[in-house]
Design a protein around this ligand. Sequence first.
Ligand code: NDP
Length: 497
Amino acid sequence: MTEIQRKQERAPVAKDWSYAPAPEARDIVSLRERYGHFIAGEWVEPAETYTTINPASEEPLADVGQATPAEVQRAVAAARDAFENSWSDVSPSERAKYLFRIARILQERSREFAVLESLNGGKPIKESRDVDLPLSAAHFFYYAGWADKLEYAFPNRQPRPVGVAGQIIPWNFPLLMLAWKIAPALAGGNTVVLKPAETTPLSALHFCDVLRQAELPPGVVNIVTGDGRTGVEIVKSEGVDKIAFTGSTEVGKAIQRELAGSRKKLTLELGGKAANVIFDDAALDQAVEGIVNGIYFNQGHVCCAGSRLLVQESIYEPVVEKLKRRLATLRLGDPLDKNTDVGAINSKQQLEKIQELVASGEEEGAEIYQPPCRLPEKGYWFAPTVFTNVAQSYRIAREEIFGPVLSILTFRTPEEAVEKANNTPYGLSAGVWTEKGSRILWMAQRLRAGVIWANTYNRFDPSSPFGGYKESGFGREGGRHGLEPYLQFDESAASAS
Ligand code: NDP
């Protein structure tokens, strides 16, 4: 027996290959007990407050303001004052420097923000660390580049800022949605009143410290917190020139009704029920990873989630089998654990909505599969779920569940795939998996969706416009297109010259 063989014989044999916990330290974030509204560069003591919690443990994190109409008006007045009296005097290249500074500070403080985002939102730290934070910083970098080149972005159109932008964002990507909204607005020379979602206000409040560190002039960005009533006040406010909203289709429609006939500009980024289409020539293992990333990323709290899987009939069985096997390896639990794949559901209300829709799927006759996994006792949790035997008429195939729930349907021909994929009131995104480039292009021409991924899913880039058709809203965020809603154009002067 050689020395190596002797050593191997003595070595203990590992029996348990499960991951040991690898929690990220949470003490990098210092939270205040109570936050006010951030108006004109100062913290304003709120008249009313509520408590924001950690959805993974139900532990209270901090008290935050529930903005009253007077507080919203104060924020709008501060934004107007800054627009007219300070921000408009800042040259475009100076504006770029502020955006660049914000991006750099976010990068420097990214671990702190990632932990906070997971604490308040329930998303796995590896996603907030590797997706939310790098993309948030990238948005500020990207729009920093445009701030002094607007005339090249829109040649002969003489772009000017719109004025005060009212921005209302959801809870699924709190900091990233803030970046999507604030970066193009400031690049265009506007000022901002932003409301984060009721359940996830902390990263936006923490971001105010970044604004101070970047020495952004007071009043250029104002943050007010609260529930839907605060959103209503921002929408109604006379002092606001443009509304940018991301959230549910229902609230988006209400905002559109409210603004009908007014002079305010509006962009809406609403819900989705995206088809992820797998053809029989696709690389199956890769496609299965794409399916998992498409629907279980961020617990399925993603407007462009690939929540309807369309599988070509000839490969249905191997795809479902591989998918179920893969699901059994997903680790659900503590969002701050670096090994966690599926974190907590964002709120009790959202959990109840998922439970109700999943129950409707079972009642309507779909077959449910959930891998064996233990849900933590405290907090809001839902196991990754797959439905097979789904008809297009079932609610789980039509309605946005916004949770880790996949509905699988089949198709035979590319024409049938297109027809089924487009059979939805939404039109935000889609995925196509096939080896043939020509088929990707053929599908992309026919799919009625704002974003189409080929042989990948849920990839984002600040230079790429994002937005929907039909009930998924209108207007684009990201890229040069994302600047346009924050600008007005002097077309007549341009054509005269
Ligand atoms: P909402 O559309 O209610 O929330 C989005 C944002 O709008 C939040 O900041 C919210 O405040 C605010 N808001 C609520 N009501 C009004 C109003 N009348 N006027 C102006 N602003 C308002 O989404 P929910 O959080 O209630 O989620 C419900 C469903 O919406 C989800 O299950 C999901 O299907 C879908 N959704 C889609 C999103 C997307 O990105 N497309 C994002 C979030 C949700 P508050 O947080 O206090 O409610």
